[in-house]
Design a protein around this ligand. Structure first.
Ligand code: NCD
Length: 301
């Protein structure tokens, strides 16, 4: 099968690919809203292989697959033969032998889905790999921004938090820049990858500067599970310097939106009243995830 059917990362895609998926996602959204259902994947199987925990992404891929009429296999490490020493490739090859249309993989190691894609004939979809990419999240974020801001060209998006460990930040950076937005990355110096400006972003360690003139602010969780040692002093101190609280949110531009991929650590990167406040589009992002993943899965066929 052609490598085009895999969905591994935004980095290797061009603007036209992104726009085609986004426009298909919009069509799916309209059909869902109209209660009109087509089932182009009837009789096909989508296998969800999650080697790492997930709430939104896994459920969203499952709902998307079912909306398209596919059967869904939900596999997780717990209870599998991984505990008996089976390798990633053996696991994936065995699932592939059962004939799925696509294997949706989340893994703690960067590059795991790309590795699998080289060894199977079915499509491989990256549902988040280590610190590398989370391409479906970037697409659902782009759809949300386009709908809420009316377009991305020339818009300023601030991505704030643990950029170093965030696959969401990396995929969003590639996606937003390809779609014409300006990206400002902000966080403590210890959580900022060195040389990231080369990808086209501006970097600042000052939250007030990052929020100045921003059309959207995307908060990131501190990914403690990916840090060998603590890279910031304390949650309270982090919140004071980099958390979006009500006072900072009040200074955002009129019409600016607050985003978060989830899971939120309330009171750390985002104050609860802002997470649930009028500028927040966090649950709208989740809703958009289904239509975006329908477009991604459909493109695997
Ligand atoms: C993120 C992830 O798993 O990469 N969540 C998500 O998929 N929506 C972000 C995170 O874990 O902080």
């Amino acid at each position: 099968m052609s490598s085009q059917r895999h969905f591994l990362g935004i980095e290797g895609m061009v603007r036209a690919d992104l726009e085609a998926l986004l426009s298909r996602a919009r069509e799916h959204k309209r059909s869902i809203e109209a209660g009109f259902r087509k089932t182009p994947l009837a009789g096909r199987v989508v296998a969800n292989l999650f080697f790492e925990d997930s709430t939104r992404t896994r459920s969203s891929f499952e709902i998307a697959a079912k909306m398209l009429g596919a059967e869904v296999l939900n596999w997780s490490t717990r209870g599998s033969s991984v505990s008996k020493g089976e390798t990633l490739l053996d696991t994936v090859r065995n699932i592939e032998a059962m004939g799925p249309l696509a294997i949706v993989i989340r893994h703690t190691s960067s590059g795991a889905p790309a590795l699998c894609a080289r060894h199977v004939r079915c499509a491989v979809v990256n549902a988040g790999d280590g610190m590398h990419e989370h391409p479906s999240q970037a697409l659902l974020d782009a759809l949300t921004l386009m709908e809420k801001l009316g377009g991305l060209d020339g818009r300023k998006v601030a991505i704030v938090g643990d950029v170093l460990h965030s696959r969401v930040a990396r995929s969003n950076l590639h996606c937003l820049i390809k779609l014409g937005a300006q990206v400002v990355l902000c966080g403590p110096p210890t959580l900022m990858p060195s040389g990231i400006e080369a990808l086209g972003a501006r970097v600042t360690y000052d939250l007030t500067a990052a929020l100045e003139g921003a059309d959207a602010v995307m908060l990131l969780r501190i990914q403690l599970e990916r840090q060998g040692e603590s890279m910031f002093p304390s949650a309270r101190e982090y919140a004071r310097s980099y958390g979006l609280d009500a006072a900072r949110a009040a200074r955002l531009e009129e019409g600016a939106v607050v985003m978060h991929p989830g899971p939120i650590n309330r009171g750390v990167e985002l104050a609860p009243d802002v997470a649930d406040g009028p500028k927040s589009v966090i649950l709208y992002q989740v809703t958009n995830g289904v239509a975006v993943r329908m477009a991604i899965l459909e493109a695997c066929a």
